[in-house]
Each structure stands twice: as structure tokens, then as C-alpha cells.
Design a protein around this ligand. Structure first.
Ligand SMILES: [Zn+2]
Length: 276
């Protein structure tokens, strides 16, 4: 198997790992975008409820006002009738009605005061929530834009990686392509492994028959595969892989920090154990 075929298989293996990483990060964006908007949405919902309640109370206040005006009108008509009553019975009846109206007007006044206090408090709350809602909404824009820009960069990167994948696939023969695609389809990330110095498969570490070892070392013959795990075996050492400029620049910063921090603690504990 030629060195360039091994190179193409490795390139594919490497590209598929990157494509998978990029796609995973892209999939994470929808929940992140929703999370960014969540505080603004909640405040907007609260504001809507407050405004509907306020409108309802204002409508109640208008209705109360109309009812009070009607009672006042009736009250002044009764005053008028009182000056024209012809007997005591009629006078008593008019006075009783006037008393009832007066009590109703007093109750209206209490309701009016209570309602206007409620409206005042609701207006203050509405003002407060409206301010906080506007602030939350103003924060959403730039954060969403940053997330969307990152997603666009990742999508472009994914497209570029897929194009490179197609090109690498073109360089393979039909047999290698089928092996690669069947590995990839079954979710196996390692397709090419290096034959170890003592003649084992570099992926599953089962011993490779001597004759096949020789073929692999001599770079002769067709595609050599591990009889145990099926990977394509080569004697060409794995080349160094440079970090991906797009995926390594973003979200992995935090992980790198943790990875550095962890062994320090473990090392300290191990040291203490050795002394004791
Ligand atoms: Zn193997």
C-alpha cells in the first residue's frame, strides 16, 4: 500500500474528527441562543401581564366613575323632589332613598381611593419592569450576534473541511474507500493504525502474522488489515497534526485550563504518599 494512500486515509481520519468536533459545537448553539434570550423573554412576559392588569384596573376605575356620576345626578334630583313633596310619607320615602344613595356614594369613594392606589402601585411596577426588560433586551443583541458570528465561522469551517474530505476521498482506490466509509459509518474513528515494533496492531495490540508484518514493513502488496480489529495497518509513523485554527480558538480554552490544573493536585498527593 503506497505512502500517499496511507496519507489520504489519515487525512480523512483527521478531517472526520474535526468535522465531528465542529458539528458538535454547532449543535450546541440553539440552547445557548435560547439561554441568552431567556431573561429578556421572561421580563417581557411579566411586563405584558402587568400591562393587561393595569388596563383592567383603569377600565374598572372608568366604570366606577360613570356609576358615581349617575348616583350624584340621581341624588340632586332627589334633593329637588324633597322641596316639592306633598306629604310626610312621600318625604320619608325620598329621604330613605337619598340616604341609600349617600351610603352608596361613600362606598364608591372608598373603592375609588383603593383602586387609584392599586393603579399607582401597578404603574410603578410597570415602569420598573419596562426598564429592566429594555435593559435585558439590549444585552441580548450583542451576545446573540457574537454567538451567531461564531456559528457562521464554524459552519464555514465545516464546509471547508467537507470539501477537503471529498478531495482526500478522490485520491483513494475503490477498496480503501469502501473500508474507510464502512468504518466511518459504524462510528469508528480509527481506520489506520501503525504496526508496532514488535509486530502488533497499533489499535487493538493483537499480534500480526509474520508474513503480513513483512509485507507491511516492505510497503508491498495491497491493503493490509488487522485480522482482529480490521484497521488498515501501516509502518509509516503518524505525522504531527497542527491544531485547528477555528475549533481550537474558541470554546476549548476553559478545558485546557482544567487539564493543566488537574495533574498539579494529583502530583502533590502522590508525592505525599511516597514520603509516608
Ligand atoms: Zn487490530
Amino acid at each position: 500500500m503506497t505512502i500517499s494512500t496511507i496519507g489520504s486515509l489519515r487525512e480523512l481520519q483527521h478531517l472526520d474528527r474535526r468535522i465531528r468536533d465542529v458539528n458538535q459545537e454547532i449543535e450546541g448553539f440553539d440552547p445557548q441562543l435560547a439561554e441568552v434570550e431567556d431573561p429578556a423573554l421572561r421580563l417581557e412576559g411579566e411586563l405584558g401581564q402587568l400591562r393587561r392588569r393595569l388596563e383592567q384596573m383603569q377600565e374598572d376605575a372608568r366604570r366606577l366613575h360613570r356609576s358615581t356620576e349617575e348616583k350624584k345626578e340621581r341624588s340632586s334630583k332627589l334633593e329637588e323632589r324633597l322641596s316639592h313633596v306633598s306629604n310626610l310619607r312621600e318625604e320619608a320615602a325620598v329621604k330613605a332613598e337619598a340616604d341609600m344613595l349617600r351610603r352608596a356614594l361613600e362606598a364608591d369613594e372608598k373603592d375609588r381611593i383603593q383602586l387609584s392606589e392599586q393603579i399607582h402601585r401597578a404603574e410603578l411596577a410597570e415602569e420598573d419592569v419596562a426598564t429592566r426588560s429594555a435593559e435585558a433586551r439590549a444585552e441580548v443583541g450583542p451576545r446573540q450576534e457574537a454567538l451567531l458570528a461564531r456559528r457562521t465561522a464554524l459552519r464555514e469551517r465545516a464546509a471547508e473541511l467537507r470539501a477537503r474530505r471529498d478531495a482526500a476521498m478522490e485520491l483513494l482506490g475503490g477498496g480503501e474507500r469502501r473500508v474507510y466509509e464502512s468504518f466511518h459509518a459504524s462510528g469508528r474513528a480509527v481506520v489506520v493504525a501503525v504496526l508496532t515494533e514488535d509486530g502488533a496492531c497499533g489499535h487493538c495490540f493483537n499480534m500480526v502474522p509474520l508474513q503480513l508484518q513483512n509485507e507491511i514493513r516492505g510497503g508491498r502488496g495491497a491493503m493490509a488489515r488487522c485480522e482482529a480489529c480490521g484497521v488498515i495497518l501501516t509502518s509509516e509513523p503518524e505525522p504531527e497534526v497542527e491544531p485547528d485554527p477555528v475549533t481550537e480558538a474558541g470554546s476549548t480554552d476553559g478545558d485546557a485550563g482544567e487539564a493543566v490544573a488537574a495533574p498539579v493536585g494529583e502530583g502533590a498527593e502522590a508525592g505525599a504518599g511516597e514520603k509516608a
